[in-house]
Design a protein around this ligand. Structure first.
Ligand SMILES: [Zn+2]
Length: 267
């Protein structure tokens, strides 16, 4: 029986086994801001490791759920967002203010007025891919919503220098894959935008166009990484450990004493 991808099983282990996704690609290959870990990526696919429900992720999902129109259901599913008195905890109250701020802006609303959470699949670099778009304007644009610490702070990358948050967190890869999968489904190559809201005290909002040359560069990076990822994912080669992530820490077995210099070797 062949597997059929739906919104219900989109994030399931079997869907992640059958399809590549941008976040799975980043699990394997990493971004400038976070090293990849093949063994952790495999552990996730095999259901052996789940990202702990980090508050920052939940805050992002809160804003996503609002724009998708599913906030009531989301609140029911996450009672941990409320105090014992039944009030929203402060960081989610802040997310409410961030949403309200973005609602005041007509341009932001226009970009966020597309079809919500649209799923598409395609084939690229020897694998099947799945994407889920926050705000899809058929024939016009692909928009992804980001609720970020800051839209303007740079991330530092050794040997490269300072990078904008888009490339630091691999959102250029996301744009590249989304653009290509939409093109395969519709024949149209659409511009990719990020509708960003910051978590700063003075909330910042922006609609950011990610130029196609960045997307092309990102797509080439994906192409370079895919042969290795597919070999690991299919079990042909043993996954490498990064020795830095939560999975690697949790599963590490000491083989002997290390030297003092080894403590900072990864810097
Ligand atoms: Zn690791």
């Amino acid at each position: 029986m062949s597997f059929e991808l739906t919104s219900e099983n989109y994030y399931s282990d079997i869907a992640n086994y059958e399809y590549m996704s941008v976040s799975q690609f980043k699990d394997f290959a990493g971004t400038y801001g976070k090293v990849g870990c093949e063994e952790c990526a495999m552990a996730k696919i095999q259901g052996k490791f789940r990202e702990p429900n980090r508050t920052a992720l939940l805050e992002g999902s809160y804003v996503d759920a609002f724009y998708e129109g599913t906030l009531d259901k989301f609140k029911e599913e996450h009672p941990e967002m409320f105090t014992q008195k039944g009030e929203l905890r402060s960081n989610f109250a802040k997310a409410e203010r961030a949403i309200a701020r973005s609602m005041r802006d007509p341009l932001f609303q226009e970009y966020m007025s597309g079809e919500k959470q649209v799923i598409m699949t395609g084939e690229l670099f020897g694998a099947k891919w799945k994407i889920k778009m926050d705000s899809y304007h058929p024939g016009k644009a692909i928009v992804d919503l980001k609720y970020m610490q800051s839209l303007t702070k740079f991330g530092y990358v050794p040997d490269i220098g300072y990078l904008d948050f888009v490339r630091y967190w691999g959102y250029d890869v996301q744009g590249a894959i989304y653009q290509e999968i939409v093109r395969q489904n519709t024949g149209k190559k659409l511009p990719f935008y990020i509708a960003g809201i910051s978590k700063e005290e003075a909330i910042d909002i922006e609609v950011i166009y990610i130029h196609d040359n960045y997307l092309q560069e990102a797509l080439r990076r994906v192409e370079t990484c895919m042969p290795r990822i597919l070999e690991v994912k299919s079990g042909k080669v043993k996954p490498e450990r990064c020795e830095q992530c939560l999975w690697c820490r949790d599963t590490k077995v000491l083989r002997g004493a290390i030297g003092i210099g080894d403590l900072t070797a990864s810097l």
